[in-house]
Design a protein around this ligand. Structure first.
Ligand code: SF4
Length: 325
């Protein structure tokens, strides 16, 4: 499979007052065609900042301080804003939690769908109209001709989310970034949207970066999983490895914090302590104030990434020491 996205040692900083703080502290990962990589972690861990860094949509006080982001082999961090802008929508599509962030309330669905196709793929009016109709059908929207004439406010949240997916996928982007796209939907619609994204990913051969804090969603959609904690990747592996053999104490904590609906006696164990603020200066492993296994080494030394088995990476001194035995 072809590599679509390659992120290497990405450091993103935010200026707060006169100080600059690292929000992403050297993150590396790849995404291949036809695969969905789920990025998981608590609010503030850097998931959304990763997507905004890739899309060049950071707020004014944020910047990519170092590292590399390559899309289809092309370095993005050295491109101008104009060049990055041209790639957004064409090579990189983004689906947000709230579709109204992307949909223009003043334009009909048809206008919004066809404009993207004409602009990015150079289609004629008729070609764009037919393609838009076919994508509305692909996302399961009945009476697409009628929907094309409607405005976003005339549609339910679930329909708007499908339309946004149709709009993004019709352009056949190399990379799709989906930031909590199902969080605001009720459970049945959520399931339909996940099935749809899975199907379209194969149709379009896109690579997907899916941001979520919901491990149930991860189980449904992920091929690979990246666990982030306070701006660092702490574990990465296939869906099987992460669910059946989580190694990092934080990943284990996340798994133990999920209620098991099939087990009346299930014992939910929340992760102790609180998630650190980006301004907090924590030496060594940033998880150490909450980790039951923290040692002096953990407090002093940032753990390096270790490949425990092919494709399964962990950053933890304890795991490294056990692995060496
Ligand atoms: Fe815990 Fe130490 Fe591993 Fe960090 S490096 S997760 S503190 S054992």
């Amino acid at each position: 499979m072809e590599k679509v996205l390659e992120v290497k040692d990405l450091v993103t900083t935010f200026r707060i007052g006169k100080q600059e703080y690292e929000v992403l502290r050297g993150i590396s990962f790849d995404i291949y065609q036809n695969e969905t990589v789920c990025m998981v972690g608590e609010s503030g861990c850097g998931k959304s900042v990763t997507t905004l860094s890739i899309m060049d949509l950071l707020p004014n006080n944020g910047r990519v301080a170092s590292g590399s982001i390559k899309l289809n082999g092309q370095e993005l961090t050295t491109l101008s804003s104009k060049e990055r802008n041209a790639l957004r929508g064409k090579k990189m599509g983004m689906i947000f939690q709230e579709p109204m962030t992307a949909l223009n309330p003043l334009l009909t669905i048809g206008r919004q769908l066809t404009e993207g196709l004409r602009l990015h793929l150079g289609m004629s009016k008729e070609e764009a109209y037919q393609t838009a109709i076919s994508y509305l059908e692909k996302v399961g929207i009945a009476n697409p001709e009628t929907r094309m004439k409607q405005f976003p406010f005339q549609l339910s949240g679930g329909l708007r989310q499908r339309i946004m997916i149709a709009m993004v996928m019709a352009v056949r982007p190399s990379l799709l970034i989906a930031d909590e796209p199902t969080t605001a939907l009720d459970v049945t619609i959520q399931k339909q949207v996940l099935v749809l994204l899975n199907r379209l990913k194969k149709d379009v051969s896109t690579g997907t970066l899916f941001i979520t804090h919901d491990l149930g969603v991860v189980a449904e959609i992920a091929d690979r999983v990246i666990i982030l904690y306070s701006g660092r990747k702490v574990e990465e592996g296939s869906i099987e490895a992460i669910f059946s053999k989580p190694l990092h104490p934080y990943t284990v904590g996340l798994m133990n914090a999920v209620p098991n609906v099939d087990d009346d006696d299930c014992d939910i164990q929340p992760i102790p302590g609180t998630f650190p603020n980006i301004t907090e200066d924590i030496g060594g492993c940033r998880f150490h104030p909450r980790c039951p296994y923290a040692s002096d080494r953990c407090r002093a030394e940032v753990p390096r990434e270790l490949e425990i088995e092919p494709g399964h990476f962990v950053c933890c001194h304890k795991v490294e020491e056990e692995h060496r035995k």
